[in-house]
Design a protein around this ligand. Structure first.
Ligand SMILES: *Cc1c(COP(=O)(O)O)cnc(C)c1O
Length: 239
C-alpha cells in the first residue's frame, strides 16, 4: 500500500491537518513548565486505511497507535513492505486479551495498556530474542471506576515491582483514559508518575506519560503529558 492509493487532494488535506496538530502540540509544550521533555505525537490510525499511514509517514510522522489487533497486524505487514516501513514505530493502545499477547510481543514496539502482571509475564516470555525490549506503559484507572480498564493507583507500586525485573520489557511510564468529567485526572496522574519514580529510583527510563487525545491534548500537556494520542484531529472522524 502506497500513498499513491489516496487521491492527491486527500493526501494534502491529511498532511495539513497533521501539520496543524504538530504545531498545536509544539505550542502547548513550549508554554508549559515541562519544557525539558519533548512531547511525542502518537497518530492513532485505528479504522483508517494503510494509505493514510503511508502518507503521514512519508511526511515525517513516526509513531502510530492501533487498538484492534487483527486490523493492526494487517496494516503493519503492509507498511513494513513499503518504502517507509523501517521508519514507523508501532504502539498498541487497545485492550489486551490474554490469548493475543504473542502477536503484540512480536509486532509492536510499544504497549500502553498493561494492567496486570500475567500480561506482562506473557509479553516477557513471548518477546522474540532478536528484538529490543518492548516499551511498556501501565494503564492506570485514575478515576477508580469499576467499569474501566487499568490498574488501581493503590496497586501500582506493586505492579511496577513485579514488572521491573523483566529484561525483555522496558517500563517507561503510565497511560490514562480519564473520565470526561474528571478535570484534574491529568494532574493526579502526573503526581502519581513522580511518586513512582521516587519510590522506585532504579527505574532507569521512567520518562513517558501517555495522556491527552484530540479533545483535551492541550490540558494534558499543560499537566505534564509527554505523549498525546491523537486520532480524530488528524484523520477525521471514525465511522
Ligand atoms: C481512539 C483512541 C484515541 C484517539 O482518540 P481521538 O479522540 O480520536 O483523538 C486515543 N487513545 C485511545 C486509547 C484510543 O482508543
Amino acid at each position: 500500500m502506497t500513498p499513491d492509493d489516496l487521491p492527491v487532494e486527500e493526501q494534502e488535506a491529511l498532511v495539513a491537518r497533521w501539520q496543524k496538530v504538530c504545531d498545536e502540540v509544539k505550542a502547548a509544550s513550549s508554554s508549559t513548565k515541562n519544557t525539558d521533555k519533548a512531547v511525542t505525537l502518537l497518530a492513532v490510525s485505528k479504522t483508517k486505511p494503510t494509505a493514510m499511514i503511508a502518507t503521514l509517514a512519508r511526511a515525517g510522522q513516526r509513531d502510530f497507535g492501533e487498538n484492534y489487533l487483527q486490523e493492526a497486524l494487517e496494516k503493519i505487514a503492509e507498511i513494513k513492505q513499503s518504502e517507509v516501513g523501517g521508519a514507523v514505530v508501532w504502539h498498541y493502545i487497545g485492550h489486551i486479551q490474554r490469548n493475543k499477547t504473542r502477536d503484540i510481543a512480536e509486532h509492536f514496539d510499544w504497549v500502553h495498556t498493561i494492567e496486570r502482571e500475567i500480561i506482562a509475564k506473557r509479553l516477557q516470555e513471548q518477546r522474540p530474542e532478536h528484538l529490543p525490549a518492548l516499551n511498556v506503559l501501565i494503564q492506570v484507572n485514575i478515576d477508580a471506576e469499576d467499569s474501566k480498564s487499568g490498574c488501581q493507583p493503590s496497586e501500582l507500586s506493586e505492579l511496577i515491582a513485579a514488572i521491573k525485573p523483566y529484561d525483555k520489557l522496558q517500563l517507561r511510564g503510565l497511560m490514562i483514559i480519564p473520565a470526561k468529567e474528571d478535570s484534574d485526572a491529568f494532574t493526579r496522574t502526573n503526581q502519581l508518575f513522580k511518586d513512582m519514580q521516587s519510590q522506585h529510583p532504579d527505574l532507569t527510563q521512567w520518562d513517558t506519560l501517555s495522556m491527552g487525545m484530540s479533545g483535551d491534548m492541550e490540558e494534558a500537556i499543560a499537566a505534564g503529558s509527554t505523549m498525546v494520542r491523537v486520532g480524530t484531529a488528524i484523520f477525521g472522524s471514525r465511522d
